[in-house]
Structure formats: C-alpha cells, structure tokens
Design a protein around this ligand. Structure first.
Ligand code: PPE
Length: 308
C-alpha cells in the first residue's frame, strides 16, 4: 500500500522533514530485526481529530521494548505527547495512521543488541481500508497458511517485534499468490493463532469466540479488546477458547480485527463459505458500533479517544 507523505516525522525529540527522515544503512535493526513498533489510528470526529486508544498502544510499545530488553529514554507521557504533537503538526484533517517505531541505531554491529543506541521515530500518513473497501464491506477470502505462527519460545508473540513480521510477510505472500486476501496462521501445535496483522473472532452458537492470546501466540490486540467490550455491551458473550481449523470452517460468522484493518468480515476460509458468504448480523453490528466509536459518535466510548 503506497504511502502518502506528510510533512514531518518525530525523531528522538525533533521534527524532521519527511524526506530527510533517513537512517544509516548500518542501522542495527535493519540487519538483525530487534525493534518494536505500533500501529495506531486517528479519526476525524465532530470535535476535530481524535486518536483511538493512544495510551493502550503506547503502553504496548513500551511493553514490547521491555520484552526485547530495549531501554527507552522516554516515558509513557512523553510518547503520548509526542504522538499528539506529530498528528497536530501534520496536515491530516481526515485522520491518519500513526507508526511509532523503536529501533536500534547506528554505531555497533554484531548480533548483541545491547550496545546499540535506542532510537524512536513517529510517523503519520493517511491510510485507507487496509484490506480494501470491498473486503471491509463484503468480506475477505482467507487461506490457512502453511507457515506456522511463531512458537512463543522462539519469538515473543506479545511484542510487536520488527523481525517477527518476516513470519507474517511469508504467510501474506503465500495467501496473495494463491489468490486469497489474507492468511490465518496456526501455531506449531495446530491451534488457530491470528492473521498476519489482525486477530480473529468466530461466532458459534450465537456467542463470539477468539483464541486465547498467550496460549495461541497471538498479539493482545487493542481492537480485539475494544470488540470484546462492544460485544458485551450489545449483550453477546465473548469466550477465549482454543480452536482448530475445522472450527473456522464451521463458524456461523467470522471476522478479523486490527488497527489498520479495523473490523473486516471473513467471507470464506480455504474456500469453505462462512455462513451464507455475506457478513453476518453480529459481525455487522460490532463493525458498525466500532466504526462509530472510533469517530467519537458514541458517548459511552469517549474515554477511548484522545483529542489532539
Ligand atoms: N496481530 C498482529 C500480528 C498484528 O500485527 C496486529 C496489528 C494485530 C494482531 C491487531 O492488533 P491491534 O491493532 O492492537 O488491534 N497490526 C498492525 C500492523 C499492520 C501493518 O501492516 O503494519 C496494525 O494493524 O496497525
């Protein structure tokens, strides 16, 4: 997905022109993958731009760094402020995607990440529907990947680790090349984990089911937790249960959740049609509420928004 440049990128406390926001080719993270990132969205609301669940995302960024043993010299409050400032300074009236990145900079080579400087950048740009407008409206075609999700003892799955996305990239390419929209990955034990950049839910017997994040080696999604709350508020039970691929094949409804993707119905899994192939009623209800909540249209979810 092509990037539309904005004006400035925050780099270690300073705003740098978009075109000048570059790093040396011997930047440690570029070679060895130790780094962490976040994906956040700011939406247009009646009262100006609002960032969705900024604190939760920033906290997860710091937690990712903690897991990787990277010491960040900025506090949660500093990074929250820097993110707001970056959105403010760039001209994005219709909202934007926000990408904070903590990376190991230039100065040391060799696998040991410890001696390298810890740098941070925050960039924003307008980003449309991650899996396409057609997918968000009509559902996407999923393929179970032949690539397993990381085993949590090989790669910490609670951290949004830069290098961890090689696994996602392999699965994504395999799915796209086979004619699908997105991949679902199973853990090494064959249980359903998550998608390349999204969590997933199914509907079974009228309640929502999602794999338990730690056990399934899935990221603890901020969108997932938002959907959990929205579903409960609508009167639907949410269960975290491990599932196998046949649970996906037999789901009454299924959808995926992520900051970039938002809430996207799943039309089929390995060519088995989910439900009648069109977005199910529960999926449409939670998707509708989510789309309103992020845009500040529902007072009960106002605490999720940070006005900029
Ligand atoms: N699992 C993975 C592996 C993942 O990368 C994401 C977010 C999620 C689940 C959902 O988490 P949350 O956004 O907190 O609900 N993926 C980000 C990266 C997308 C990209 O291509 O880059 C995102 O959605 O911002």
């Amino acid at each position: 997905m092509a990037i539309t440049p904005t004006k400035k990128i925050w780099m270690d406390g300073e705003f740098v022109d978009w075109d000048k926001a570059t790093v040396h080719v011997l930047t440690h993270t570029l070679h060895y993958g130790t780094g962490a990132f976040e994906g956040i969205r700011a939406y247009k609301t009646d009262k100006g731009l609002a960032i969705f669940r900024l604190e939760e995302h920033t906290k997860r960024l710091l937690n990712s760094c903690k897991i990787l043993g990277m010491e960040v010299k900025y506090s949660l409050e500093d990074l929250v402020e820097a993110t707001k400032e970056t959105v403010r300074i760039n001209d994005v009236p219709d909202g934007c995607y926000i990408r904070p990145l903590v990376y190991l900079g230039y100065g040391e080579m060799g696998v040991n990440p410890q001696p390298s400087p810890v740098n941070i950048a925050i960039a924003v740009w307008p980003w449309g529907a991650y899996l396409g407008d057609h997918g968000a409206a009509n559902g996407v075609r999923m393929k179970i990947s032949s690539w397993s999700r990381h085993s949590p003892n090989a790669m910490p799955t609670a951290s949004k680790t830069v290098g961890g996305y090689v696994n996602s990239g392999l699965a994504k390419v395999e799915a796209i090349n086979a004619g699908y929209d997105e991949a679902i990955m199973l853990g090494v034990d064959g249980r359903v984990s998550e998608c390349t950049g999204e969590n997933l839910f199914i509907v079974r017997d009228g309640y929502l089911v999602s794999p338990p994040p730690s056990e399934a080696g899935a990221l603890r999604g901020v969108t997932l937790s938002s959907i959990h709350r929205i579903a409960n508020d609508l009167g639907y039970e949410v269960h975290f249960e491990s599932m196998r691929r046949d649970d996906l094949y037999l789901a009454e409804e299924a959808f995926l959740t992520g900051t970039a993707a938002e809430v996207v119905p799943i039309a089929s899994v390995d060519d088995r049609i989910v439900g009648d192939g069109s977005p199910g009623p529960i999926t449409l209800r939670v998707q509708g509420i989510y789309n309103q909540a992020v845009r500040g249209q529902l007072p009960q979810y106002e605490s999720w928004l940070t006005r900029v």
